[in-house]
Design a protein around this ligand. Structure first.
Ligand code: ADP
Length: 481
């Protein structure tokens, strides 16, 4: 089969978060399983300026409302794989400073930008005669692809036989736009109703993907269930619930070359599960780095965006109680001002136990992941989460709230510690449980060994995606709603 990934981000070309890593990360393992993979994304200015070896492949016009836009498709390769990468060049829409918007917010024409991207991906298949079997569309930016396929192209000899898989990486971002963009996006007004694209008087791109895709996945099995509930469904729980039997959760993988304690060049000493001496050296180095005194108590790490989703407000409020446990806390993050201030104030008040760095610092993230004994993630929701997986590979036991991908990747008492409530009591309870286990070195050591043996490679996720593509290729097309 030929699988075409359509995504607004593909690492290493361009990424703002996990989405780019996923698409860049799974191409090679899927190809290893015997299928052909290609990917398509917009040609942003930063991609053009990076001078990747790409060459023009075809050109066509697309009408966006009253404007005719010239589109050029470029072709290159996803580095380290033999998979083709295609880029949609449309200067007015994509040759800009940023991918989604500037300091004043999202670009006001994002509906036009990403509807054109989705249409161009389909047009490229036709123009280049690509024998695509499945289009794997990611997040709201590519969510209209299943819509166009099942409406405009339903009877098309080439496009009409393609099946679609749509993956939600973050349901909180849906691509909701004023209804007048229906015209610019070349969508028929008959689709503007509550069963298809309309959402409280606006167009909702993600809703379109959820309604029209043949199958839907998200990035963990637990999140796949949670988004069908009112609490985490972001208003689309009804649509997702209706598609329930077509919704699957496939846990993300991580880059096990970059995150490998036996090879990591960013940490004080390398180590393996068989020889953990280096980990002790990393802990000592971490204390020095954060100017914390030596202590017989464990070191907890936190590496995160500082936002309410991640439960950092709970951490700030719980700090007084956590100090009583004598544990130390090394915290790296950036985000909301009030959370930054709260953490910095805690570090000033308890300098022997709390140390904070505000900012984004990859090296320090590796140092904390390697040097801490436990990693704290009190998230309110977490579609997948990566840091808990990195931590386990470094023998740093995660202490996590039972939600989304955290619930699916941490086994309480075996490869980490899981608490239920997103509350101060829940968080403090989780930390106390970890400290209790820490006091029994044999039991702790056994948990470290179990955690370090976990397989978080992309190969595991790729197998699950391929099983789904294979079923999809054999299945009858999902009838248009
Ligand atoms: P999300 O995508 O919601 O931020 P994830 O856990 O999926 O959460 O991924 C976050 C990634 O970004 C992790 O690799 C984490 O280590 C990294 N990260 C987050 N904040 C920082 C920071 N301040 N400095 C360095 N790395 C960070």
């Amino acid at each position: 089969m030929l699988i075409l990934h359509a995504s607004s981000e593909i690492a290493p070309f361009a990424k703002t978060g996990g989405l780019g890593d996923v698409v860049g990360g799974i191409a090679r393992p899927i190809a290893k399983l015997g299928h052909q993979v290609a990917a398509i994304m917009p040609l942003y200015r930063k991609v053009r300026e990076a001078h990747w070896p790409i060459k023009p492949a075809c050109e066509f016009d697309l009408k966006c409302g009253e404007t005719v836009r010239k589109v050029r498709i470029w072709q290159g390769e996803i580095p380290g794989s033999a998979s083709a990468a295609y880029f949609v060049e449309q200067g007015d829409l994509f040759d800009r400073e940023a991918m989604y918007g500037g300091g004043t917010g999202d670009y006001p024409d994002n509906a036009e930008r990403f509807s054109l991207f989705s249409r161009a991906a389909l047009q490229a298949i036709v123009a280049l005669k690509l024998p695509v079997d499945v289009i794997h569309a990611h997040d709201w930016q590519a969510a209209l692809i299943p819509v166009y396929l099942k409406t405009v192209h339903a009877k098309d000899a080439v496009l009409g036989r393609i099946r679609t898989l749509f993956t939600i990486h973050n349901l909180a971002y849906q691509g909701v736009f004023p209804s007048h963009f229906m015209h610019v996006a070349a969508l028929d007004w008959s689709l503007f109703n509550w069963k298809q694209l309309e959402f409280w008087g606006s167009i909702n791109f993600m809703k379109g993907g959820l309604v029209y895709a043949d199958r839907i996945t998200t990035v963990s099995p637990t999140y796949a269930r949670e988004i069908q509930s009112q609490e985490l469904g972001c208003g689309l729980e009804g649509v997702l619930h209706d598609r329930g039997s077509d919704v699957f959760g496939i846990l993300n993988g991580v880059d096990t070359e970059e995150w490998n304690p036996a090879k990591d060049k960013l940490i004080a000493a390398k180590f393996t599960a068989a020889d953990l001496k280096g980990k002790a050296a990393c802990r000592t180095a971490l204390r020095r780095r954060f100017a914390l005194p030596d202590s017989p108590a464990p070191v907890f790490g936190v590496v995160t965006r500082l936002v309410a989703q991640k439960g950092i407000d709970l951490l700030v409020e719980a700090m007084g109680e956590l100090i009583g446990t004598e544990a130390q806390f090394t915290i790296l993050g950036s985000g909301d001002d009030s959370l930054q201030r709260g953490l910095v104030a805690a570090a000033q008040r308890w300098p022997r136990q709390v140390a904070v760095r505000i900012g984004f610092d990859d090296r320090l993230a590796h140092e904390i992941t390697a040097g801490a004994d436990a990693l704290l993630m009190p998230s309110r929701w977490e579609p997948c989460g990566l840091s808990q997986m990195y931590a386990q590979l470094y023998g740093t036991l995660p202490v996590v709230r039972r939600t989304g991908g955290l619930a699916d990747s941490v086994t309480d008492g075996k490869t980490g510690f899981v608490f239920d409530q997103a509350s101060i009591e829940g968080l403090v309870g989780g930390v106390r449980k970890a400290i209790g286990a820490w006091r029994d070195p044999a039991a702790w050591g056994a948990m470290v060994q179990s955690a370090m043996k976990l397989d978080w490679s992309w190969d595991r996720s790729a197998k699950e995606y391929v099983a789904l593509y294979e079923k999809l290729a054999l299945a009858a097309p999902q009838p248009a709603p």
